[in-house]
Design a protein. Structure first.
Length: 90
């Protein structure tokens, strides 16, 4: 049973990272993953993106915003929701 859960965790991690990379066009780092009561998964991905403030000023900058996204998968590892978290403290 432990091997099955570990294998599913690896698959869930890959699904979450792939989804955020395709959605945002940026590579993220999985910082937390947890099994949900319904058999699905929730993952939290840290992504450094272009600063929205600097972009609003129309200025190119190396400044990056740290954003955390929550991605929820069902038990078949299909994405059922995602959201950008505000002031994430994981």
């Amino acid at each position: 049973m432990q091997t099955l859960v570990a294998s599913t965790l690896v698959q869930a991690t890959k699904a979450i990272i792939t989804f955020t990379a395709e959605l945002l066009g940026a590579t993220g780092k999985l910082i937390k993953a947890e099994r949900l009561d319904d058999g699905g998964w929730a993952g939290y991905v840290e992504v450094y993106e272009e600063s929205t403030f600097m972009r609003s000023l129309g200025r190119a900058s190396a400044v990056r915003d740290r954003n955390v996204y929550e991605v929820v998968l069902d038990r078949d590892l299909e994405v059922i929701s995602y959201s950008k978290l505000q002031d994430a403290k994981l």
